[in-house]
Ligand binder design. Structure first.
Ligand code: ZN
Length: 126
């Protein structure tokens, strides 16, 4: 019995599934469900017997940041906020419309950084 696999991207959740199949020798039919969302991945009919789908790559929208990625993104946002705050100390722009813009941007960057820090997977951290 020769077994092979076929890769399929779920049209419902975009998960990348791997489905194994083997030659059946007789006509049959069935349905393979996505390993992530259980949506219909494949409706088959013929002499290939398809098995369960296995997840190969998670849907992009559910990808979790690694600690390193999270750290770098947070640093970038804080650094951007620091630059805006520094701008606020520049006497030349005290009465300029740039002031309000820099202030709003600094706050937005800080809020984003804090949000990102809140997304930390804190399991196992000391
Ligand atoms: Zn799916």
């Amino acid at each position: 019995m020769n077994q092979s696999t076929v890769d399929m991207t779920c049209e419902h959740c975009e998960a990348f599934n791997e489905v194994s199949y083997s030659g059946l020798g007789v006509q049959s039919s069935g349905m393979v469900k996505c390993a992530v969302c259980a949506g219909e991945l494949l409706l088959w009919k013929g002499t290939r017997d398809y098995n369960k789908a296995e997840l190969k790559i998670s849907p992009a929208k559910e990808r979790i940041l690694t600690r390193d990625e999270q750290h770098r993104a947070t640093e970038f946002l804080f650094e951007s906020a620091r630059r805006r705050r520094k701008l606020l100390d520049t006497p030349e722009i005290t009465n300029s419309p740039m002031l309000a813009a820099a202030q709003a941007e600094a706050s937005a960057f800080e809020r984003a950084a804090e949000f990102l820090m809140g997304c930390a997977d804190n399991t196992g951290s000391a």
